[in-house]
Design a protein around this ligand. Structure first.
Ligand SMILES: [Mg+2]
Length: 178
């Protein structure tokens, strides 16, 4: 497993505006076998209890490409849990991202090595940081809807904005150094 320097552990390997804009073909070319998705604000609107037909269609397409699909979420909500559990994808609720434990246990169940897996999620401090720490390839997507979230997440968003600004600043400084 390649360990990243601490500040870079917060940043994704790739960014996309939504799950529909991710280039799944190129993930296949880099021999990834599984795609894990975050739930709230990545594949589902926050506070909604099911997934749209369009999202389910995309997940089916990804499976059609030959990937295993899993859902890894910090949510504990019972209603959405029963819906997601009715889908044919392995899922882990109350995942406690950015802790690595449940990345490993879900991937174990799916029989995929972390280095062959991709995590797609909307939050740097949970999805991206957790995936990077566990040795997965990380893709950050824009949240489906900002603002309609848990107040705890709103604090995370402020920290994310700060981290992105810092990264931009580092990039500018680097450009001047060489
Ligand atoms: Mg999320």
């Amino acid at each position: 497993m390649t360990r990243r320097l601490v500040p870079w552990a917060f940043f994704p390997d790739e960014e996309a505006s939504s799950i529909f804009e991710v280039d799944y073909g190129s993930l296949q070319e880099s021999e990834k076998e599984a795609v894990l998705f975050d739930l709230d604000n990545t594949i589902a609107r926050w506070g909604e209890d099911d997934l749209s037909e369009k999202v389910i269609g995309l997940l089916d397409e990804i499976v059609g490409l030959g990937f295993k699909v899993g859902i890894l979420t910090n949510s504990k909500k019972k209603k959405v849990k029963s819906f997601v559990e009715s889908l044919p994808y392995p899922c882990q609720f109350n995942a406690q991202k950015p802790r690595r434990k449940n990345f490993f246990s879900l991937l174990d169940r799916m029989e995929v090595e972390p280095s062959r897996a991709v995590m797609v999620g909307d939050q740097l401090l949970t999805d991206v940081l957790g995936a990077n720490r566990a040795g997965l390839y990380s893709i950050r997507v824009e949240p489906i809807e900002r603002g309609r979230e848990f107040s705890f997440t709103a604090v995370n968003r402020l920290i994310e904005d700060l981290l992105f600004s810092l990264r931009d600043l580092f990039r500018i400084i680097k450009r001047f150094k060489y």
